[in-house]
Ligand binder design. Structure first.
Ligand SMILES: Cc1cc2nc3c(=O)[nH]c(=O)nc-3n(C[C@H](O)[C@H](O)[C@H](O)COP(=O)(O)O)c2cc1C
Length: 370
């Protein structure tokens, strides 16, 4: 019966407990995509409060694939130094730390580059017509190389590995999903749709060696739950050390879910994938985890190996210690103030209650006043 305080082996490294920080993009970098002191303080704070595995937010592998001009990057060597400060700060507290390496794919911001994907399609996105450019085989090989180059920079910066952003409708997920209409070796069967992700994993392994964690944050439902299991299996066979399961493009509404369970439908994707695949690597889930009791239920019933927390850790880094030792914490109320505060003029009540003094909260506070 696993407990949150149990260590776990990930690749060739060991996370000191089962609590992991999910990536949460802040869009506060300059156009140079470099780490500033605000990032270092933010991530070190979560490590200080005992989170064992920190995933640094979506970090772009190329300026042309960014979600916004203010996204963090690992596309050039000048960015390594800032990341080194971040990894040193997290390692000082005993956490493993990886960046989520990312290409926006169909979600690329028009100010940064063309929206690209497996197939040429026109679609509605946020109320505007969007034309997706189909990647050629040569483009695909170039982007595989960009992922590997970013991973090498991550390694030089002292990261323990990388997490591939392979969910949420970004490039690797786009290939695995129903957006992929290709008829070549990158389309058709689930194995073919997973080929791009597998090539990225193999290229990173060849460049960074065995002692470097390759995690994949996969969609557990694209285009179906069954296909997602096949894709995850392919990623593991290609050398992925850790599957972190979230959602993707396919809607989840039709998925049967027992609402009396203490975890939601999105989190159930991790449980389903682990049960169906029984992979030789750890699996995590994410979404809606707000209490130590939920974590205990999931681990003690052997439903999952680690639990990934996003809003709960933004609200209060002490949530980790609450899970591990029953320490007091300010609970996330799922109001999405952390993600959409600037739009809805909403502030995270938990951050307010604990008197948070970090950039994310300060920024929202200032915007709400303006
Ligand atoms: C402010 C914010 C930023 C996010 N940024 C990312 C990101 O960079 N990469 C990613 O895969 N998911 C991102 N997500 C999704 C979270 O990692 C997570 O899957 C989601 O918030 C659900 O988990 P939670 O209920 O623990 O918050 C973000 C979510 C929020 C609220």
């Amino acid at each position: 019966m696993a407990k949150a305080t149990d260590p776990i082996v990930i690749g060739k490294r060991t996370a000191k407990n089962r609590v992991t920080m999910a990536p949460t993009v802040k869009f506060i970098a300059g156009e140079d995509g470099r780490v500033t002191e605000d990032f270092v303080v933010h991530y070190a704070e979560r490590a200080k409060h005992e989170c064992a595995f920190i995933c640094v937010e979506a970090t772009c592998i190329t300026p042309e694939g960014r979600l916004a001009p203010t996204q963090l990057g690992l596309w050039e060597d000048g960015q390594i130094e800032g990341h080194r400060k971040l990894t040193d700060a997290c390692h000082a507290y005993g956490a493993l730390v990886v960046p989520q390496i990312h290409h926006g794919g169909v979600g690329t911001h028009p100010a940064c580059g063309s929206a690209v994907g497996p197939s040429a399609i026109v679609r509605e996105s946020f109320g505007r017509k969007q034309e997706i450019k189909e990647l050629s085989r040569e483009d695909i090989q170039r982007i595989v190389g960009l992922f590997a180059d970013a991973a090498v920079r991550a390694q030089k910066a002292g990261y323990d590995g990388v997490q591939l952003h392979a969910c949420h409708s970004y490039l690797i997920n786009d290939f695995a999903s129903a957006l992929n209409k290709r008829e070549d070796e990158y389309g058709g069967t689930p194995e073919n749709r997973a080929r791009f992700g597998c090539e990225v994993i193999r290229a990173i392994r060849a460049s960074c060696g065995d002692d470097f964690i390759i995690s994949a944050r996969v969609s557990g439902c694209d285009p179906t739950v069954e296909d997602a299991v096949i894709a995850a299996d392919q990623y593991v066979k290609a050398g992925c050390d850790y599957l972190q399961v979230s959602s993707g493009i396919a809607p989840l509404d039709s998925l049967a879910h027992d609402e009396s369970l203490p975890y939601n439908r999105t989190a159930s994707l991790g449980v389903r994938l682990r049960a169906a695949l029984k992979p030789p690597v750890p699996v995590s889930l994410v979404n809606g985890i707000r209490t130590p009791e939920q974590v205990e239920y999931l681990l003690s019933n052997d439903l999952i190996d680690t639990v990934d927390l996003a809003c709960g850790l933004l609200a209060d880094p002490a949530f980790t210690e609450a899970i591990l030792y029953g320490a007091p914490y300010h609970k996330c109320l799922s109001c999405r103030g952390c993600g959409f505060g600037p739009i809805h003029n909403r502030l995270c009540p938990a951050m307010a209650a604990r008197g948070a003094d970090e950039f994310h909260f300060r920024e929202l506070l200032e915007k709400s006043k303006g």
